[in-house]
Structure formats: C-alpha cells, structure tokens
Write a protein that binds this ligand. Structure first.
Ligand SMILES: Cc1cc2nc3c(=O)[nH]c(=O)nc-3n(C[C@H](O)[C@H](O)[C@H](O)COP(=O)(O)OP(=O)(O)OC[C@H]3O[C@@H](n4cnc5c(N)ncnc54)[C@H](O)[C@@H]3O)c2cc1C
Length: 438
C-alpha cells in the first residue's frame, strides 16, 4: 500500500486465522475509505468481507468521534419518515418563535444554506415524503438484517444493544388522534398506560394525550459500536490499517480519481469511498461534485442512572418537542434539536439549559442530572433525508454520505448496498432516490 509512512498509523493489520470470516472471492483491489464514523467503518467492514483490501483514512486520533459520538442511539428501522413533509414549513415558523423550540436558524453569508433550504422546502410534499419513506423503510429493513449478520463478528452486548421497542408520545390530542388513526400505526396507549408501562413517564403522564408503541426497534451505543468494529477490523485479514491523516483534496485525471492529497503526502488506491460525514461536501467539491449536504446541528445530554432512578426501559420519542430518550448502558441519553447554524459545534448554554429543563420536567427521576454531560454533533443531511449511496462520474469513486438523523440506523444496510454496487452486483431493491442522481 502506498503512502502510509507520513502518518501516525495503526500498527499493521494482523493476519489471524479467518475461521469466523466467511471467505468470499479473492480480490486484489485496494480501496481507501475516507472517514472513520459509523458509515465509513461499516463500509470498510463490508468491503473487506467481500474480498477487497481496505484502508481507512481518518483525520481524528480515534474513530467515531464525529457525529457518531454521542448520538441518540436509536436503531429506528421503522420510524424513518423524513423531516421534510407537508405542513412542516408552517410548523417550522412556529418552532422558530418558541423559546426552547426544536429549531434554530442563523442566516449564513454562504449561499449553500439557502440552496439547501430551497431544496428542503421543495421536498415538503406528502407524495415526496411517502416515496422517500418507502425507500427508507426498505433500507431500514435491510439494515436490521445486516446488523444481525454483523453481530456474528461484533456481538450485540459489546456495544450495549437492547431490544427496547419505541414509544412515541404526543402532547396534543389532535396530533395524537391523527397518528393513532393511521393504518398499522402500532399499539395505541392512553396517558395512564404510558405511565404504567414506562414508569419513567409516570410523572409527566398528565401532560400527554397518549402514545403509540412499536416493538422491534432497538437502541445501542453508537460510539462503542464504532470502537468495537474498529477492533474487529484491525484483525481482519484484508484490512490494511487506519491511516490518521486529513484528506484535503481528491485528485482526478481521465475520469478517475488518481490519489488523495493529504497535505502530508498522496495516498493512492484502486478505488475510493467517500464517507466523511459533513466534510464529504468539501472533499467531493474538490473533484467537481456538488453534494446536497447541510450540517443539521443537534444536541445530546448524557447523565448517569442511579440505583433508585426510574430510567426508561423503552426508547421514548416526544413527538411535538422532537426529543429522544433512551437508556444506553448505565446512562440516560437524550437527543434533540435541529440548528441550522453552519459547521458550528459550540455548545450554546441557552440550548443546553432549555433541553435540560424539558428533560427534568418529562423524566424527573430518570438520572442524576447534576452530572449531565452535553454534546453537539452535525448530522450530514440531504434536503429529503435520504442518504446518497453509490457511483459518481468517476469510475472509481463511490459515495456513502448524507445519512442525516439516522446514520447509525442505516449504516449497516448502506454499507451492504455500497458493497454490492462496488462489486457490480444488483442491489436488493431499486435505489431510485438513494443515489447522486435524484
Ligand atoms: C444529536 C444527534 C442525535 C442523533 N441520533 C441518532 C439516532 O438516534 N439514531 C441514528 O441512527 N442516527 C442518529 N444521529 C445521526 C447519526 O449520528 C449520523 O447520521 C451518523 O453519525 C453519521 O455518520 P458518518 O460516519 O456519516 O459521519 P461522522 O460520524 O461524522 O464520521 C465522519 C468521519 O470522517 C472524518 N473526517 C471528516 N473529514 C475528514 C477528512 N477530510 N479526512 C479524513 N477524515 C475525515 C471525521 O473525523 C469523522 O470521524 C444523530 C445525530 C445527532 C447530531
């Protein structure tokens, strides 16, 4: 492999016996995956399993330190409806005027924000939302199966996976009745049932109009998953190591990517996968490809659960407030907010305090809030919430980007689809709406 020397890389991948790894066709092709978040790591794993030699390029000292670090932990295979929907523009205006509302907007001088917003508004139609939801449900189901397959190598208990089920609670009667009336919505619970079956909600049940429960959705620790997967990759016979360096530019000639300029040297391979979260936008632009991505900033809070705390067993979504609650290991994780403020990762005290107030009101005894840790991350989002997987105009450049609010959920399915495409195989379902051409 060329060009590893300029970097502080991991030690060489050890060549262990591959008894637990199904042998696929022997293939000498070498692929560099750019980005060691949950999407890049799963891509690297699936490609290595398919027989490719894989190198991971990650600019941070460790994997999983971008958006994949302290996200909501939901593996939300069926709750996938895009944010862009009929009626959302009006709701968004109301949210902007709420003190602790789920949305913030800070105008930028860069036109990118306005272009993305214009495209988002164009996606706010019931028919577009339905079409995208159908595709995301297919990707979700594939992701569920792919995650179960991966669990043979990365056991569920190594990253706090729990079959938690999902309860979506509603505060407004109208919104609740509308949701409950949809065919196949799930089990409809009264406020009292919400409080009885999920005691973490008992103190707030008087604020609720009701809830809808669905079994089969899971939660897990995305960061722990990234670390575990990186460990398994390090001993994979076809994994060539993690190179710690920053990709600055993709160099192209005659319809192919020839190398990655990393500032400290060039890296070359037979093919390249771009999976660098929100930074994929800049890297793709260096090769003349416009990616419709915008960083939707979100916050999470994590607080330790004590013996006498009533932490949620079920994963709870507060529909109107757009807040997720899940117990991940021995911590309560709360995730929320969509702030359109560019690539600004600062923790705004007002946002953190507002979220904490809401959490204390909704689940007052769920955790020790005096020890809360706040975090912010950038969801790499497309206007219609569908990721972009697959080919580009360069024969050897592939994309796995734009997973927005559900990158953990879709990572395994996306990696498996990407690998099919790189191998020249037909994907398991038609990918219209999930590719660069949309
Ligand atoms: C508050 C919040 C809550 C969320 N909750 C959930 C949830 O409950 N369920 C769910 O499924 N999803 C959730 N998400 C979304 C999910 O976290 C993201 O979709 C997912 O982490 C994106 O993964 P990624 O690998 O594409 O990006 P990242 O995790 O950001 O990884 C990109 C990696 O690329 C590296 N990189 C960037 N630029 C370069 C470069 N030039 N050279 C080398 N390396 C580079 C970065 O260092 C980083 O490690 C949430 C997100 C947020 C912010």
């Amino acid at each position: 492999m060329p060009g590893r020397s300029p970097f502080i890389g991991d030690t060489d991948a050890k060549h262990l016996s591959s008894t637990s790894i199904p042998e696929k066709r022997v293939c000498m092709q070498h692929i560099i995956v750019i980005g060691g978040g949950v999407v890049g790591l799963t891509s690297a794993w699936w490609l290595a399993q398919a027989g490719y030699g894989v190198t991971l390029l990650e600019r941070a000292p460790d994997v999983g330190s971008g958006a994949s670090y302290a996200n909501g932990g939901q593996l939300s295979y069926r709750y996938v409806s895009p944010l862009a929907d009929q009626g959302i523009p009006l709701k968004a205006v109301r949210w902007l005027f709420q003190a602790d509302g789920p949305l913030r907007f800070k105008p930028e001088t860069d036109l990118h924000q306005y272009r993305w917003l214009a495209s988002f508004l164009a996606h706010c139609r019931a028919d577009v939302n339905r079409r995208t939801t159908t595709k995301l449900l297919q990707l979700g189901e594939l992701s569920r199966q792919a995650m179960a397959q991966l669990a043979l190598a990365v056991p569920f208990d190594s990253f706090g996976w729990r079959d938690a089920g999902k309860l979506v609670v509603y505060r407004s009667r109208d919104v609740f009745e509308q949701a409950a009336g949809k065919p196949g919505a799930g089990e409809v619970w009264s406020p009292e049932q919400c409080g009885a079956r999920e005691p973490a909600l008992a103190a707030a049940q008087h604020l609720l109009a009701g809830g809808i429960y669905n079994a089969g959705e899971a939660v897990a620790d995305c960061h722990a998953f990234c670390l575990e997967l990186a460990e398994r990759l390090r001993v994979h016979p076809r994994f060539r190591g993690i190179v710690h360096g920053e990709a600055l530019r993709l160099r192209a000639a005659r319809g192919r990517i020839t190398s990655i300029d990393t500032g400290a040297g060039l890296l070359t391979a037979d093919a390249y996968v771009l999976a660098a979260g929100i930074q994929s936008r800049t890297l793709a632009a260096s090769a003349g490809i416009k990616l419709p991505l915008y960083p939707l900033k979100g916050y999470s809070l994590s607080a330790p659960i004590r013996l006498d705390d009533v932490a949620p067993e079920i994963s709870v979504t507060d529909f109107e407030r757009k807040v997720l609650y899940a117990r991940i290991g021995d911590r309560l994780r709360v995730a929320a907010m969509v702030d359109m403020v560019g690539e600004d990762l600062r923790l705004e005290p007002k946002r953190v305090d507002g979220l904490l107030r809401l959490v204390r009101e909704t689940m007052p005894r769920a955790a020790d809030y005096s020890q809360v840790a706040a975090w912010a991350g950038l969801r790499p989002a497309t206007p219609g919430s569908a990721p972009i997987i697959g080919a580009t105009r360069y024969g050897n450049l592939w994309l796995n980007v734009g997973h927005g609010p559900l990158g953990f959920t879709f990572a395994c399915g996306s990696a498996s689809v990407l690998t099919d495409l790189v191998q020249g195989k037909a994907p398991p379902f038609a990918l219209d709406g999930l590719t660069l051409r949309r």
